[in-house]
Design a protein around this ligand. Sequence first.
Ligand SMILES: [Zn+2]
Ligand SMILES: [Zn+2]
Length: 464
Amino acid sequence: MVSVSSFKPNANYPELCDKVTIDWDEKRGRFIKAIEDIPLGTVVCIEEGITVNVDSRCCYRCLKLLGNDGFVYCQSCEKFNEPSEIACGEFDSLGIFKLAAHLVFSYPFAEITNLVTSDEPEVPRGLSKTLSTKDVQSVYQLKPFLGIEDSFKTKIVQEAIVKIVKLLEADANWGRLEEPSRLITFTKALRIMTERCAKNAHTIYSIEQIEKKDEDVPIGTGLFPISSIFNHSCTPNVFGFFVRNTFIFVSRGVKSGEELVDSYGVTYNQHSLKQREEFLANVSGFKCHCDSCVEQKSLEDYLEKSFKDVDRSAREASSFLNISDYIDYMKPGVQDIENLISAFSQRRDAEVYSKNLFYWWKKFIQNANYRKIVYDPYLIRPYIEMVLLTWNNDVECTVDEKLSILTVAHRLLTNFYVGFHPISELIKKLFETSMNPIDENRNLETFRILKQRAEILWKRDEYI
Ligand SMILES: [Zn+2]
Ligand SMILES: [Zn+2]
């Protein structure tokens, strides 16, 4: 269980903070609204979702990284009631159905079997006075994807259903039902859950994977019924990230009365109108109604591609001067400038150019600022890289400059990751002891570990 000591849960919606409420209108359906000003860095949502692993090194249920002796479950999930064949991978080919089956087993048996005798759950029009992930109603209030019937009828799914139902014979609850009614109950419950998962499930990547841009195999997938209420905007005012099976959202500064909106993967400052429209149509299946989309606003000019392959240009450049030439020709604000700097810094010989690199990381921030990316999680890496260069005395700078770079890095990490970023603790330590010259040795040790961890986080194998 992930907890944040500063988090104040809402009395009616325990996964949300006490500064928001859930509201409803015809156009948006349910949405989350601020009832007072919410300062930057405030944790607004902590939701432990209903998840299953994709990466088999993680616990099937809670996604905790297992030790070598690990079974598919970690110790605290071992007692979870579900046919272990599902957890052990026998039904991996089912994709979304596997997650849906896990949902069926995650809610009380009595509530699931109720489905058979009750009407099809409908998306409520209006408000729920209370709502929690732990309540199965939180799943039913999600919009279903009603096109699942055909894939449900496929042989592989039908066979899997029969097999799972057979496995439930020995179950303390399900076993009490005669086989035909067990089959009907499970099939209906599975369909209802699948319809919700197909539209609302989240793919889960760790912070490390996001930083490494290593997004091939996610750690897991899951349903987060409360987090799913956040609507998308290309200019989001909250920032969300995963810690194992827990989805955490922080405020980026929200005014009282405003809706809290998250980005589903594309933003105005990082993507052109065309990119946003394509992504949202393909991945999320909707058209965005945020102000910048309605007004057809786009940063097309800044986002144009100058290189076919930025990584290759960085790899094959004869020296740093070569890269400087490229950058001098590019229009300020063009995103390729940042990509080129990131890629070049991963070259094995980049350390030779540490003075230039410091200058270029500053340029990175300046360049992002052109597109109005100011005080944003996107800037964490350049700030950490500058901390490494200044604290290693690779560059000449004043003590004040050294401290102010560290301070900004510390604030960015605290405000956007609440201590969960893999280098949060080290930056915090460095920051706290930096004022005290007696701690010089402790600082050196902290710095050494920080350097190592940053190296693992941002340096890709192909350059080493
Ligand atoms: Zn576990
Ligand atoms: Zn938009």
